[in-house]
Design a protein around this ligand. Sequence first.
Ligand code: BES
Ligand code: ZN
Length: 636
Amino acid sequence: MKLVAVMLLLALIGGCRPVLSPTVQPDPAPGERMQTNKSAIVSDVHSYSNPQKVRVRHVDLDWTVHFDHKVMRGHADLLIERPAGSSDPLILDTRDLTIVTVSTSSGDGSWSPAEFTLGTPDKLLGAPLTITLPSGSVKRVRVEYETSPGASGLQWMEPSQTAGRKSPFMFTQSQAIHARSWIPVQDSPQVRLTYTAKVRVPPGVIAVMSAENNPRTSQGGEYSFVMRQPIPAYLIALAVGDLAFRATGPRTGIYADPTIVESAAAEFADTEAMIKATESLYGPYRWGRYDLLVLPPSFPFGGMENPVLTFATPTVIAGDRSLVSLVSHELAHSWSGNLVTNATWRDFWLNEGFTVYLERRILEVVYGARRARMEAVLGRRDLDSDLAKLDDRDEILYVDLAGRDPDDGFTHVPYEKGALFLLQLEQTFGRDRFDRFLRGYFDHFAFQSITTADFVTYLRANLLNERPELAATIPLDEWIYGTALPASAPRVTSDAFTTVEQLSARWLSREIQSAALPVKEWTTHEWLHFLSSMPKDLSADRMAELDAAFKLTSVGNSEIAHQWLLMAIRAGYEPAYARVEEYLVSIGRRKLIKPLYEELVKSPAGRDRAQAIYRKARPGYHPIAVTTLDPIVGLK
Ligand code: BES
Ligand code: ZN
């Protein structure tokens, strides 16, 4: 491609705006990047699409955002590839989309109407959109469409649900299979595509996307974005609201409500140090900028690794950087997940297990081994508590999700069991060797989506083969295809926590009073460990002692509050009931609220309270949280 043509195309896409990320090369142009696929398309039970026949390589998106009707209207121009002579239709995933028209073009600028059918909607998967392609040289397919106000991947919020209470807000959450609720697309993570987007928004709000992104150069409320790296659809993301920006480093910054952007920038000031740490271990950061977007508190996750722009819950702004492992986690996905991606949701542990392993390595570099170990122990405790409750089939890394919502695979198993498996490889082969292995793995599969089998093959050929006597000590099949944990799973320990356990035992036996606990020296992690080491039947009286000494009912740290409120519900500790309600109404992060509802509904009186609270809170929750909570609370 001639440079002039590339420049012209870029000028058209970008409206001549300055490109914010100088590290992103302008060549090749979007959609023209050659893709060499090391792995073939495999079947994906969560997509109707047919990429093995017709493959979408690039999409040009164009939307107008309508807050009044809670819809986005516009079109998606899909650039397709298919074998010569193919007569196969293009099948896209959709959910609750209204299709206005479909047309095709050979790329000469003229469009012809195309025949299409929208299949019967499936509750889990949505509806396949089957588009007949004329034989010949069709290269582009345009779908004009509108989203529905109930789209599972969008949350529309009133001004009152934002920190500034001034402007409405909308954001997307596409992982796992929600991209299809706002874009007609081949919604399988093995299909990677580049994109451009034009977004028109009303006055008073700006648009940001997880792409090359310069929201300070809008023209009359129209924003333009470009993603030059091929990514899976679940990483396409958009947010629209009253957002301010603060730089925290040369390639890092924060977008947040103007009222919280300063505190967010202070909380996340170590982001550049984290990037440097990750680069030194696993190779260059390949995405240009790394910004964080702090969402309203209803964001159903802690964080989402949307490329270039991680979406994050405000509940990690604790004031002391104690919850920023979230940033190291989402940042790590820039290698494990976004660069090397799970081919299907069955392979989700390749994303999350690797990422948790990387997250702790980053924490170790930036905050030291003491902190990394504490977090690892807390992770193991979460894993053990899941293993005690889960069905056998959900204890397997290579989990069978057929017929199920992939969001159901969101347990600690892919995260913590996956990370322990990698830790065993590290401990067996030595850190230096394993670091080199991982770095080679990221390079080898960069911008590819791979299956568990692809990983195993690579592991055998590039690590296990070198030292058969060591390889023999790794129960590989048990790790990946077995339930529970192999007996040889590494044990993680923390001296800091051993000290806490001794203190908590002495406090429980009344050998020491609350005032004698050295809480001034405790970090958030020690608090969490102290509270979770309490027996499940701790009495309300003993809770009252702790509360009197440490004011735990009004603690601001969202994780400590979560643990405390869980104990309060268990113990029937009434002075915390109002706080339970306030917490559940003001936060929508699923991990923090789901266990509280589950604990509440265990008693008849608790169930009544849960339902009363849920009635108030539900309108403010994200569709993904509502789907999880409705059956738990038993209220619609
Ligand atoms: N990619 C996940 C979030 C996700 C997973 C969304 C599956 C939808 C489906 C993200 O990286 C993540 O793991 N977030 C965690 C935080 C992390 C610190 C463990 C979360 O949201 O709790
Ligand atoms: Zn993750």
